[in-house]
Design a protein around this ligand. Structure first.
Ligand code: DGL
Length: 274
């Protein structure tokens, strides 16, 4: 049993899409989340830059006393998971790609056609393809980067024509030419436009890695006997840090927590070395 918080991080508010699943399934757990809103997006930056940012955040979360880090970011999981584990062997560090790839392989017909969408860094890494191929051999895998999605989502441009046109711009040809049946939302920001994608392509079945991360978190906490047990005590406050606390970030957390007993505080912190 371990009542220390779980650390989550992302380049911005995308990783928040993982949080409702955790609060729902593991109500005794508390959360420290870091959104690097001042430096988002990560996905079009060099791998060495992404790695530097990820190291700073992981160091910060470890200093904050988390018992585990769940990387709520496909880009970081795709580019520097091993390096983060080497840097912090003292706690488990989970990536988001393996659990999503496992689900994709399980749900897919043996000769299924699967599309992966993500940031440039995620798609260039080939991490999803490699992970899915570990679980299945017959599937046809197609990948494409959609770099304009994240900046629009961070700006809150979601339920409107601009987002729908951007979706069509990236995906019309990709989906029809490759006859995609299943689409993996390989960026934690993308569940926020899932409704738009389903509206434009209602025939697709969608896999949401933000949801699949919970499976790994739960299994890892149980295996290592790190599950929290509050035995009826009030859960500690969840802390949400951002490097630039935007209105969208705060509003999204308020929406996630509305109707639950979970408490939250918001803090701005800059990790950049002066
Ligand atoms: N939400 C992140 C991901 O899952 C990062 C997006 C970005 O900053 O480009 O890849």
């Amino acid at each position: 049993m371990d009542n220390r918080p779980i650390g989550f991080f992302d380049s911005g508010l995308g990783g928040l899409t993982c949080i409702p699943y955790v609060l729902d399934a593991l109500p005794d757990e508390s959360i420290v989340y870091f959104g690097d809103t001042a430096r988002t997006p990560y996905g079009s930056k060099a791998v060495s830059t992404i790695r530097g940012f990820a190291f700073e955040i992981a160091d910060f979360l470890v200093c904050s006393g988390v018992k585990m880090i769940a990387i709520a970011c496909n880009t970081v999981s795709a580019t520097c998971l091993d390096e983060l584990r080497t840097r912090h062997p003292e706690i488990p560090i989970l990536g988001i790609i393996t659990p999503a790839a496992r689900t994709a392989a399980l749900e897919l017909p043996a000769d299924g056609r699967i599309g992966i969408i993500g940031t440039k860094a995620t798609i260039t890494s080939g991490a999803y393809r490699k992970a899915i191929e570990q679980y299945t051999s017959g599937a046809e895998i197609f990948e494409t980067a959609c770099p304009a999605f994240v900046p629009l989502i961070e700006e809150g441009i979601i339920e409107n024509e601009i987002m729908d046109l951007t979706i069509r711009y990236y995906l019309d040809h990709f989906i029809s030419y490759n006859k995609i049946e299943t689409l993996v939302l390989g960026c934690t920001h993308y569940p926020l436009i899932r409704r738009n994608i389903t509206r434009v392509y209602p025939q697709l079945s969608i896999i949401d890695p933000s949801r699949e991360l919970l499976t790994s978190i739960r299994a890892e906490l149980a295996n290592r006997e790190l599950l929290a047990d509050l035995s009826g005590m009030t859960p500690p406050e969840n802390i949400f840090y951002a490097s630039d606390l935007s209105e969208n970030f705060v509003n999204m957390i308020s929406r996630i927590l509305a109707g639950s007993d979970a408490k939250a505080s918001f803090r701005t912190i800059s990790l950049e070395k002066k």
